[in-house]
Design a protein around this ligand. Structure first.
Ligand SMILES: Cc1cc2nc3c(=O)[nH]c(=O)nc-3n(C[C@H](O)[C@H](O)[C@H](O)COP(=O)(O)OP(=O)(O)OC[C@H]3O[C@@H](n4cnc5c(N)ncnc54)[C@H](O)[C@@H]3O)c2cc1C
Length: 527
């Protein structure tokens, strides 16, 4: 057993057992009895005798066996996500069943129980992700649509497996139990339910990662727009200090930081930390304190409400919030040059994570940009690809990149920096993301053959949704703030990259997200 497996199956001490017994009831299910089905919400079960089989609904294959002394549960349980796998009792089974609400109450009162459960739930999610278990299968061709679905699953830490038409034996095996479409993408969720060409929202709904479980009109103390480092920090501090918090995230938890392969300048991580890892831990912390996360949902408008604010979501549902923290960050600029739009998601990328690196293994790639994000992307990609070409407009990296990164790029034998260069066009020779494209760099008129083009050329604030809300923006669209991150509208605060004059670092976003909570308390207390 490795470390993750050990953490996934801990033992409870007497105190923890007594606590669980105080909140649960003992049941004796029959042999083969279905305790819950894949796709349903489920309770926490401690196995006292016998066992529970965790079953993949597609083909009734037993993925895991939970034996006496172990317990059933996974991270999604705390987030209101439906089960990835169904649960079936084995012979002569006795279980202690604890409803999730009761479990959350116990975790809030006992640090020991909370530590054991959170560590185990987190380790189980990592195990499921590593094994590709979890009942969610993404099926189709290796194209832009597949990349969109994989990106959503990866960035939201949802375990999944990919089955491609180009692998006939895997395709036929899946087709034997699920009715797959002849063309296009499909998602096979619990119990073989097939969604054909699903939107990201439909995929989110299938794994329970959205607000649909809430009543149509919801209210909360604090609504946070965006789950990047600033928003997640506000959620952790807000929820841990007693506020009823909802975080609405358009794309994936972690924001820009979630797409960073390695953040090396965040305090306390001398060996660096992968952005996805930081985002996962922050999510765990926010959930532990009871914050409600909703993704993918975009906030489209903000207006006054008798109790505070009315926040409009892109599905036209409204949430009433007594205060609002804007943490919507920035979005990477797109290059308006021939070829780029056509190849987005299948050769042209705005992030360099494992997913994109896998698509470019053994090929040359081009990274455009001279800031830290471009430097990190180049170093990360150099571990997977043949050669990385970095195009920068200036004559060197000194003015735009941290010196530790610039030095590493300069001395890396698989990275070439092309100064005073810019991209003029991108041409692909076929629709396959693995086929080489030709990119010409202006100035020196270099033609580069590459399997991937990574664009990291600055960012614009995500504030269009604020324009009718009366919140003051600067000429570039960033939110102007005064002391304690207050905006021009009392009760609306702004933190992180979206704020005019912000430092554009993970640490500052986290710092601002935590500090703003005391200002929110003061505002709510004064009303
Ligand atoms: C590749 C890369 C590498 C980086 N490396 C480093 C590094 O090493 N060190 C460092 O300090 N910094 C680094 N940064 C910068 C750092 O990630 C950012 O400064 C930080 O993420 C800002 O956090 P934020 O929460 O303010 O905004 P963001 O991270 O931009 O998060 C904002 C979130 O809000 C969501 N959102 C936007 N609009 C809406 C809406 N209307 N409704 C709902 N949700 C919405 C977005 O989807 C996003 O998830 C890097 C950035 C990138 C892209």
């Amino acid at each position: 057993m490795d470390q993750v497996e050990l953490e996934a199956w801990p033992e409870f001490d007497e105190d923890a057992r007594t606590l669980l017994e105080s909140a649960g009831d003992v049941i004796h299910p029959g042999t083969g009895e279905l305790l819950w089905d894949a796709g349903e919400a489920y309770d926490f079960y401690l196995v006292l005798a016998g066992g529970v089989h965790l079953v993949d609904g597609r083909d009734n294959r037993v993925s895991f066996v939970v034996e006496a002394g172990d317990f059933v549960g996974e991270l999604g349980m705390l987030m209101g996500q439906p089960a990835f796998l169904g649960g079936v009792a084995t012979a002569e089974t006795t279980l202690l069943r604890v409803p999730v609400k009761e479990l959350q109450r116990l975790m809030a009162t006992s640090t020991e129980l909370s530590d054991v459960l959170l560590t185990a739930f987190d380790a189980r999610r990592r195990l499921l992700t590593r094994l590709g278990e979890g009942g969610l299968v993404l099926a189709g061709d290796d194209d832009r649509d597949m990349h969109r679905l994989q990106e959503f699953a990866e960035r939201n830490h949802v375990p999944y497996r990919t089955v491609l038409r180009s692998d006939p034996s895997a395709w036929n095996e899946l087709a034997a139990t699920s009715s797959l479409p002849p063309t296009g993408s499909a998602v096979v969720a619990g119990r073989g339910r097939v969604l054909t060409r699903p939107t990201t929202r439909e995929l989110a709904a299938a794994v329970g990662l959205d607000l649909s479980g809430l009543p149509e009109r919801t209210r909360c103390d604090l609504l946070i727009v965006g789950a990047g480092p600033a928003g997640l920090a506000s959620a952790v501090y807000g929820a841990s200090e007693g506020l009823d918090v909802i975080v609405v995230e358009d794309v994936a938890l972690g924001g820009q930081a979630g797409t960073s392969s390695r953040i090396e300048n965040y305090l306390g991580f001398p060996r660096g930390v992968a952005g996805g890892e930081l985002a996962r831990s922050a999510m765990l912390q926010a959930v532990k304190f009871g914050a409600q996360l909703a993704s993918p949902r975009r906030v489209t408008g903000l207006s006054r409400h008798p109790d505070g604010f009315q926040v409009r979501l892109d599905d036209h549902n409204d949430v009433a919030a007594r205060a609002v923290v804007v943490a919507s960050g920035v979005l990477y600029r797109r290059l308006e040059i021939p070829g780029v739009a056509e190849f987005e998601g299948r050769g042209v990328y705005y992030a360099a994570t494992e997913l994109e690196a896998r698509a470019c293994v053994g090929q040359n790639v081009v990274v455009v940009g001279g800031a830290n994000s471009a430097g990190q992307a180049a170093l990360f990609l150099a571990q997977h690809v043949e050669q990385v070409h970095v195009l920068i407009r200036r004559s060197d990296l000194a003015e735009t990149m941290s010196s530790y990164l610039a030095r590493r790029l300069a001395h890396h034998d698989r990275i070439t920096v092309h100064p005073r260069s810019h991209l003029t066009s991108a041409t692909g020779e076929s629709v396959s993301p693995r086929s080489p494209g030709e990119m010409s760099a202006g100035g020196e008129e270099v033609r580069l053959e590459a399997g991937g083009l990574f664009l990291m050329i600055g960012a614009v604030p995500r504030t269009a949704w604020l324009r009718d809300a009366g919140v003051e923006l600067d000429p570039k669209g960033f939110v102007t703030t005064r002391d304690t991150f207050a905006t021009s509208v009392a009760g609306v605060f702004a933190v992180g990259d979206v704020r005019a004059g912000s430092v554009k670092r993970v640490a500052s976003a986290v710092g601002e997200g935590s500090v703003v909570v005391s200002a929110v308390h003061a505002y709510l207390g004064g009303r």
